[in-house]
Design a protein around this ligand. Structure first.
Ligand SMILES: C[S@@+](CC[C@H](N)C(=O)[O-])C[C@H]1O[C@@H](n2cnc3c(N)ncnc32)[C@H](O)[C@@H]1O
Length: 366
């Protein structure tokens, strides 16, 4: 197996391809990318066979912005016989994987693949049985073992491979399944909820997304993101000239400031979260978030960078570099991750976490 498949949002294959080429190159792993526009995936073929396994172990999945999943695979299996699709798939995995912890039969996230997905669901059951019989798959689900992926790109045509459970997306097709809460004022509420799932480990939610925390939401209206914070029993300063949903104001947990988000200063010094969904130039938003973190105005931030321009990978890379440089220049101990979430369209979401150290000259609470 010498190929790495990356799932991505259809339309972002070029960004995903540029990113994997650059980041594999930084590990001195070289190869070429196969890109088909709007296919929802990219294939990076390594020149050296054994390098592909090293790539999926050593390139942190969380460093990839445009990839929803990363797995190792071999040649495409074509024209699987209708009466026995299982034998060639088992053959491909024999000797490559033993005692895997999970099986995911998946498709690209495209409209054309929707029909194929119904087949995948049905096919999973007999395939799972066959893989268990051969001990390729463990008898029970094992969260710390490799995951087998069978990726159907057309009927009778699939890639077969695996990912490592400590360096992959834990979600089927790399997409967390979230239900839109009917009381939320806008669909973009799911963007922030997904960001929590992707950036904050579940066992840290109580500590880092806990009740009673203070948050600032810049560009808050009508309140989809504020809704998520209110749901987690936080107190929210919502900043926007627009109108906030009445239902949120009625909770008593929200103070609405009709102000410019770029000029707003936190009214208290114990704000934990900054979230920002303002439609603005990415460089301005990245700089604003850096300023907040450097000044100690928040501990963690989730910001959305809009990408209406052509060179989207370059734009994101430049802005992340700007953000990281600003934090480094000010000796801020922090981490920055970015991901194009499933609920992101022409945009990516960035998470910044500051590890606490005293901030000289912090303002007193007003
Ligand atoms: C994409 S919407 C935010 C949607 C919101 N996150 C939600 O879930 O409902 C962008 C918002 O940013 C606001 N906005 C844009 N520039 C702003 C600025 N300089 N200061 C404050 N708000 C701004 C707009 O008024 C708009 O309501």
């Amino acid at each position: 197996m010498n190929k790495v498949i990356l799932y991505c949002r259809p339309g972002f294959e070029k960004e995903c391809a540029s990113e994997i080429t650059e980041k594999a190159g930084a590990l001195e792993i070289y190869g070429f990318v196969r890109v088909k526009d709007n296919s929802g995936y990219v294939i990076f073929e390594c020149y050296q066979h054994e390098e592909a396994d090293r790539l999926i172990r050593e390139l942190p999945f969380s460093d990839l912005i445009f990839a929803r999943q990363m797995l190792l695979t071999g040649e495409l299996l074509r024209d699987l016989p209708m009466d026995d699709r299982i034998t060639p798939i088992v053959g491909m995995l024999t000797g490559a994987v033993k005692g895997a912890g999970d099986l995911r039969v998946e498709v690209p996230d495209t409209n054309e693949s929707k029909e194929l997905m119904k087949f995948c669901r049905k096919f999973t059951v007999p395939l799972r049985g066959a893989l268990r019989a051969q001990k390729i798959l463990a008898v029970r689900e094992e969260p710390f073992r490799p995951v087998i992926h069978v990726f159907f790109i057309a009927p009778g045509c699939c890639y077969v491979g695996y990912s490592y459970s400590n360096n992959n997306s834990p979600f089927y097709m790399g997409i967390p399944r979230l239900k839109f809460p009917s009381e939320a004022p806008s669909r973009s509420t799911l963007k922030l909820e997904e960001a929590f799932h992707v950036f904050i480990p579940r066992d840290e939610w109580d500590e880092r997304l806990g009740s009673g925390m203070y948050a600032v939401d810049l560009g808050a209206c009508p309140g989809g993101w504020t809704y998520q914070l209110v749901q987690r029993s936080m107190m929210v300063h919502a900043v926007d000239n627009g109108t906030m949903a009445e239902s949120l104001m009625a909770t008593g947990q929200v103070i609405h400031h009709r102000e410019d988000g770029f000029r707003f200063e936190p009214p208290r010094n114990n704000v934990y979260w900054l979230v920002c969904d303002m439609v603005e130039k990415p460089a301005r938003v990245a700089q604003l978030a850096a300023d907040w973190v450097v000044k100690g105005w928040c501990r963690e931030a989730i910001i959305n960078l809009k990408l209406p321009m052509k060179k989207r990978y370059e734009e994101v890379s430049q802005n992340l570099a700007l953000l990281r440089d600003a934090l480094k220049e000010n000796d801020i101990h922090s981490e920055v991750h970015a991901k194009q979430l499933y609920h992101d369209r022409e945009e990516v979401t960035v998470h910044i976490r500051r590890f606490w150290s005293a901030v000289p000259g912090r303002r007193d609470e007003r």
